[in-house]
Design a protein around this ligand. Sequence first.
Ligand code: GDP
Length: 444
Amino acid sequence: MVFSGLAERLQETFRKLKGKGRLTEADVDEAMKEVRRALLGADVNFQVVKNFIARVKERAVGQDVLGSLTPAQQVIKIVRDELAGLMGGTQSKLNLASKPPTIVMMVGLHGAGKTTTAAKLANVLRKQGRRPLLVAGDVYRPAAIKQLQVLGQQLDIPVFAMGDGQSPVDIARASVEHAIGTGRDLLIIDTAGRLQIDEEMMAELEAIKRTVHPHEILLVVDAMTGQVAVNVAETFNQRLGLDGVVLTKLDGDTRGGAALSVKAVTGCPIKFVGVGEKLDALEPFHPDRMADRILGMGDVLTLIEKAQASFDAEQVARLNQKIKSAEFTLEDFLEQLQEVKKLGPLQQVISMIPGLSSMKKLKELGDVDDKELVYVEAIIKSMTPWERAHPHEINGSRRRRIARGSGTSVQKVNSVLKQFEQTRKMMKQFAEVGRGAKKGGRIP
Ligand code: GDP
């Protein structure tokens, strides 16, 4: 998980700080030394770290943190605000045309995830009511056109292609006419990348820019490449003038330095982050929420948005009803688990829950992973419908049979039944609290 190393170190530093009643200047200095080491360890640009620490120190001293009531909390708040500020403060949105179609041009090096991101972005924007057209402008990489066509097909989003015999400038020009003719209000133009930055590529991108005047030039960079990604962003920005950056592969084992340095070094905000290979794994980037996540404060807002986007409102309302009438069965439990699975890998979901996000706590939770859900599903499916409706009456011999049927153990069956019971109780409490307040349609 991105930032896990940084998060762990910062949270440890602040735990120590919180343990002290009053802070001396030496305490703050010591904490800042640790913050500095943690940021450098996460591969954040050296100059960025230096400025960051200087700003935090200045504010910490200037605001009379020393000797105040909760000095540690104030230092943490300053670090949190500065971290968010480093990444751009608040969310930067895409520039949209005042008169459609909006033209988005995707640029970036080979393998950064440009083609995949073009499709993911079309998917995100379609959910917001736009009518996107994907444009296959990468005429050099073998199979890039085909790749975009396949992705478009999977998403049921049209792809404009003219084969690989045409110049990218001509393709871009023709695609705008095509979009206007077919009532599309947004174009996402995939362009050719190279292994490294080279003159020919830049000249070609400039020519496309001059021809179609995109409203948004988005650079796709691979977070795994760390400071290289930041340098790439700087060069592209100098030549093309970028409007934003998409940082991909944030789901991988990256230390996060690129995410923390890109804005500070180039002035270009990160607008989206790629968090997986699947076509729904693109999220708008919220610097403030990311800062909260790094400091272990969770990211409930993103979790709620994901839930609202992927939960089936009718199903949730039906579940709510059942909970209220105390009819919640194992069958419903299974249904609910399947809904939660839609939010993404469990580890990602957990990292957004305040208090659960620190790696230490995650480790304590042990085997909370997606495999565990497979067991739960197998166990519930091995029960008879009667058993699912009467979990309290599942006796020893039934438990043994279920364990055999699901290829698990009696202990596992016991633990699933216990989990179910806890969930049922918790949900009943939620239902009681929420009774009379708001009806259905939300996560239970
Ligand atoms: P392009 O050469 O820049 O067009 O790169 P592609 O779109 O072909 O992507 C290269 C590889 O990176 C593919 O295998 C993608 O599935 C993968 N990829 C792209 N974005 C992400 C991401 O956010 N997370 C992960 N794990 N893989 C990604």
